[in-house]
Design a binder for this molecule. Structure first.
Ligand code: MLT
Length: 313
């Protein structure tokens, strides 16, 4: 280990495990206010975040010259300005696998919750209304469409098959043999997928290509009575279009774990949309996932600070 301790700041909530690593000083500050992060950063060699902290030019400028590594405790790096990091020679690492099961399980939960009107029934019952008129839909023998058959999408496919759903996916970046191995049918285009399915879930990163990918036109291609789940990133399914499709009754229901702006404004239209289940970006929030994420990202960042950059994001 180096003789002068290398310093790491963890500014978002996670379970970083044992922080005593010889040669390193790791400060864990679960939910550090942004101004504090900016103020303290110049004293650190590495910063570890989750999706809450925006790693943008302002933050990098505040950090100064010492910062060499950014660790993202999770999968998506859309909160990090990768170009600005690379211009400053800062290595960006993530923990691409540790929370995949948790994220997939949350997506399946949202599908089931929407199919059975969970949030509606919960709200009405608490308000004193014993409504047994609501009719849900069974999942068995229906078709689930998955956009993005990566690590998380593949787990969703497996769990959905366990529920006896037929699974079709659209992912131009995944080879044919992966579809075969997973027993998932391949849709050649997004439109082909949308017209074929009863339920839709998205599992892509947020990029210029996927932002707004499911808008009003795409939602209209879904069968009437479809269910849409977005547990990936806010904005992949356009928020206004989703509210409109729920309000018009074209969609049976939806589940979202992510918003374009997090936390959402108190008057966000999602909060009043019918049969829309909401969670607060909790896909990765299980004890197991956060233990794995914390251990993996700390290990990767420390290894990178030692000069082992061979496993970059
Ligand atoms: C991810 O991209 O892995 C999640 O958004 C992690 C998180 O909850 O920060």
């Amino acid at each position: 280990p180096p003789t002068v301790p290398l310093r790491v700041l963890i500014c978002d909530e996670m379970n970083p495990g044992d922080l005593s690593h010889p040669g390193f000083e790791i400060d864990y500050e679960g939910n550090l206010p942004r101004e504090e992060t900016l103020r303290r950063l110049p004293g650190y060699d590495a910063l570890i975040t989750r999706s809450r902290t925006r790693v943008d030019r302002e933050l990098l400028a505040a950090a100064g010259e010492r910062l060499r590594v950014i660790g993202r405790g999770g999968v998506g790096v859309d909160n990090i300005d990768l170009e600005a990091c690379s211009r400053r020679g800062i290595l960006v690492l993530n923990a691409p696998e540790s929370n995949n099961v948790s994220a997939a399980e949350l997506a399946v939960m949202h599908l089931m919750a929407a199919a059975r009107g969970l949030t509606r029934s919960d709200r009405l019952t608490r308000a004193g209304e014993w409504d047994r008129k609501f009719l849900g839909v069974e999942l068995k023998d229906r078709t689930l469409g998955i956009v993005g058959l990566g690590r998380i999408g593949s787990i969703v496919a497996d769990r959905a098959q366990g529920l006896r759903l037929r699974v079709v996916a659209f992912d131009p970046y995944v080879p044919e043999n992966k579809f075969e191995r997973l027993g998932v049918e391949r849709a050649a285009t997004l439109d082909e997928l949308l017209t074929a399915v009863d339920f839709l879930t998205v599992h892509t990163p947020l990029t210029d290509e996927t932002r707004g990918m499911i808008g009003a036109r795409e939602l209209a291609l879904l069968k009437p009575g479809a269910i849409v789940v977005n547990a990936a990133r806010g904005g992949i399914v356009e928020e206004g279009a989703l509210v409109e499709a729920l309000t018009s009754g074209h969609l049976f229901g939806a589940g979202v774990d992510v918003f374009v702006e997090e936390p959402p404004a108190p008057d966000h239209p999602f909060l009043h949309a019918p049969n829309l289940g909401i969670t607060a970006h909790l896909g990765a929030n299980t004890r197991e996932a956060q233990e794995r994420v914390g251990a993996e990202i700390v290990e990767r960042v420390l290894a990178a600070l030692h000069g082992d950059v061979s496993r970059g994001a």
